[in-house]
Write a protein that binds this ligand. Structure first.
Ligand code: TRP
Length: 375
């Protein structure tokens, strides 16, 4: 695989070989250091494997958030999903971590479904299709086991009565040139897309509006969403609210290799509704391998787990057991473990996860109404 020289990370485009350390500097987020991990562990009693393995690798104001928490000032969580297609494995990654945070800290989660976002940004997505995906996508979120008593879905067009009057307060503080420089939008951008970021800002302070007091907010999200919250953070103090804290993850790679991110616009992607046969076919046929061309060569030289998509899926998502992961890494590097064997193991792991997920996704159909916020 040849590595691309250039990479791009914006909320609407992620491509190339992403240098996360460079992004930390460019975006101005902070690396999660050992001291902060220890502080988290004090409250959670364990460190989630996505933190241990630096899948969640950066943050803004996490120490401030923990200061507040330790003073008894509980935060709420906020994350979201713009319906634009079926949910794939890459989407689930930050949500699984969010669920862990909800369980460990016992906090509320506000989950936004900006059902206008992708309609505005994607030429060929109709509003009707975004509604179809909205209904499908909600099932995937519920299936992960969020606490219905502590989780509120906010759907931009259905909660417009709540959202719009707050969004305009944000919008008034943002001019076109700020949007152009933050998101790379041009003069040709439609005016809905220019306004959009003010809608994504609203859930960072909506619970404070509803409860009539300032409540700290923590946003778990993939690093590409940071430009939204950088803008939001500049504006919140001007409206009398706290700046939201955030915690960022890297992207689950696409099947084709360790560049870019898993995306529905890729030809081949693993969706949450794929059958075991489909998963098997996709991994066997398309998952980029860090192994050698022939078995003899592989036994001699060993494989490279760093560029092996299956190994990365295990590390980031499907193999929680550190010992097992370390053994796989060692055996793959030494040539003892073959690409076919690694693929077989990964297929089993994904399929056993999806089997459970699909069951819960079915039973989520009866719960949707309970999750949608009633004002
Ligand atoms: N813009 C996100 C997407 O494209 C959706 C989203 C809305 C979101 N609010 C968020 C993501 C907060 C993370 C955190 O899917």
């Amino acid at each position: 695989m040849t590595k691309s020289q250039t990479s791009k990370v914006t909320p609407w485009e992620v491509s190339g070989n992403i240098d996360y350390n460079k992004l930390i500097k460019e975006f101005g987020v902070s690396k999660i250091d050992e001291k902060t991990l220890k502080r988290i562990e004090k409250h959670t009693k364990e460190i989630h494997y996505m933190l241990r393995r630096k899948v969640f690798f950066a943050h803004r104001d996490l120490n401030w958030l923990l200061d507040e928490y330790e003073k008894g000032n509980k935060f709420f969580l906020y994350t979201g999903r713009a319906p634009s297609g079926p949910v794939h494995l890459g989407h689930l990654l930050p949500w699984i971590f969010t669920k862990w945070l909800q369980d460990k800290f016992g906090v509320e989660l506000w989950f936004q479904f900006p059902d206008e976002e992708k309609f505005l940004f994607k030429q060929d997505l109709s509003f009707e299709d975004s509604q179809k995906y909205l209904n499908e996508n909600m099932l995937d979120v519920i299936a992960l086991g969020f606490d219905p008593k502590k989780t509120h879905f906010i759907i931009d067009t259905q909660h417009a009565n709540l959202m719009y009057k707050e969004a305009i307060k944000v919008a008034k503080k943002i001019n076109f040139s700020m949007v152009k420089s933050s998101f790379g939008l041009t003069d040709q951008a439609n005016i809905g897309s220019i306004f959009y970021t003010s809608m994504q800002a609203v859930p960072t302070f909506l619970p404070s509006v509803i409860k009539g007091k300032n409540i700290p907010c923590l946003i778990p999200h993939a690093i590409d969403q940071d430009p939204h919250f950088r803008l939001t953070r500049d504006i919140m103090p001007k409206l009398g609210y706290y700046k939201p804290a955030s915690i960022q993850c890297i992207f689950l790679p696409p099947l084709s290799g360790t560049e870019g991110k898993m995306s529905s616009s890729e030809d081949i992607t693993i969706f949450t509704t794929d059958s075991p046969k489909e998963v098997e076919r996709k991994i066997n046929k398309y998952a980029f391998s860090g192994g050698q061309a022939t078995i003899e060569e592989h036994r001699k030289k060993g494989g490279n787990p760093d560029i092996d998509v299956c190994f990365q899926y295990l590390k980031m998502f499907f193999e929680e057991d550190d010992k097992k992961l370390a053994q796989i890494e060692k055996d793959y590097k030494s040539g003892k473990l073959l690409t076919g064997e690694l693929k077989k193991y990964t297929i089993e792991k994904i399929n056993s996860f999806l089997k459970e997920h699909q069951k819960k996704r079915e039973s989520a159909k009866k719960d949707v109404e309970r999750f949608i916020y009633k004002n």
